[in-house]
Design a protein around this ligand. Structure first.
Ligand code: ADP
Ligand code: ZN
Length: 306
């Protein structure tokens, strides 16, 4: 027990604009924290590694968890395991994130997608505790989803890419069809193409954070979110869905989404959780904007279990 109490972990949340890092014993016991702008992989990962071996980390870390933007190679048998796959982020395609940190630090590095990490943290300590499968969805610059199934983050052919599911076209509250082309460079009007922050911005012509909470686009947005959540619910049967990300900072949007989801399901799923306003079923992340970083702690703590 005494040795375990002294165990220190490194946590890294890698994003397209910033890397957030921490050293600590877990979510309740963080000793140091830092944030670095995402520049080149060499420079960014170098700063992350420097931070992890300084200060409290200088006594030695047991393991490091990395919850990273994707797409990632997560097949343990693949040569590029722990690297980014082709990404629009300039300079990052093929970047060996896990191998670079492991080489610098000499301790086990556990990597997964940012949203799988967030799902793991919310399942282990947060808003989806005891819920398996648990689903975590972020609606921000992009849209991504992660899942915990049988206590582990879900991988497969690749890893879930829930932001790119196709969605039906919906109508504005006044009945006009939504004819916005969508912003996804691959699919145009997929979920991310229609409902991400940049999609809202392009459709409205102003930043979504400045739109009036009564603007009709929020009802359209809630409709797309409800369609997507219904799809994930029907495929994975999660016990709870956690929805975070910048766009959900619109406090009214969660309530709209909770109202719309049972309408899309139309009574087919005979469970009390998804009747009425689906209030306890669709929830905000316990860790807020820190869900990914806490996910990195959860990943670090899972080292040796895989
Ligand atoms: P990222 O996805 O880049 O990690 P965020 O989750 O913060 O970061 O998402 C950023 C996106 O969320 C931007 O498109 C921004 O316009 C949008 N956004 C941020 N705050 C709000 C807000 N209060 N209301 C609506 N949209 C917001
Ligand atoms: Zn897409």
């Amino acid at each position: 027990m005494a040795a375990r109490a002294r165990t220190l972990f490194g946590a890294v949340e890698g994003g397209g604009t910033k890397f957030v890092c921490a050293v600590g014993r877990g979510p309740d016991h963080i000793l140091a924290r830092a944030r670095f702008e995402t520049t080149t992989p060499e420079e960014t990962l170098g700063r992350v590694a420097d931070f992890l071996v300084q200060g409290p980390g200088s006594v030695g870390l047991t393991a490091v968890g990395v919850a990273c933007f994707g797409p990632l190679e997560l097949d343990p048998h693949a040569a590029g395991f722990g690297s980014l796959l082709a990404t629009p982020k300039p300079g990052w395609s093929g970047a060996p994130v896990a191998a670079t940190l492991q080489g610098r630090l000499g301790v086990p590095v556990v990597i997964d997608t940012d949203v799988n990490g967030a799902a793991l943290a919310e399942w282990r300590w947060g808003a989806a505790r005891g819920c398996d499968p648990a689903l975590y969805l972020t609606v921000g610059t992009g849209i991504g989803g992660g899942a915990v199934l049988n206590g582990r983050p879900l991988h497969g052919l690749l890893h879930p890419e829930m932001g790119h599911v196709p969605l039906p076209r919906l109508a504005w509250p006044d009945g006009r069809p939504d004819d916005f082309a969508g912003v996804c460079p691959f699919h145009g009007a997929c979920f991310e193409g229609l409902a991400s922050g940049p999609a809202l911005q392009a459709r409205a012509g102003v930043a979504p954070e400045t739109l009036d909470p009564e603007h009709p686009m929020w009802e359209l947005e809630a409709g797309y979110l409800a369609q997507a959540l219904a799809t994930f619910l029907l495929v994975l049967s999660p016990q709870r869905i956690v929805v975070g990300g910048g766009v959900l900072q619109q406090g009214h949007l969660l309530a709209r989404l909770r109202r719309r989801l049972p309408q899309v399901l139309a009574g087919y799923i005979a469970r009390a959780e998804v009747q009425g306003d689906a209030g306890g079923y669709v929830v905000a992340p316990h860790f807020g904007q820190d869900a990914g970083l806490m996910g990195a702690f959860a990943l670090a703590m899972s080292a040796g279990q895989r």
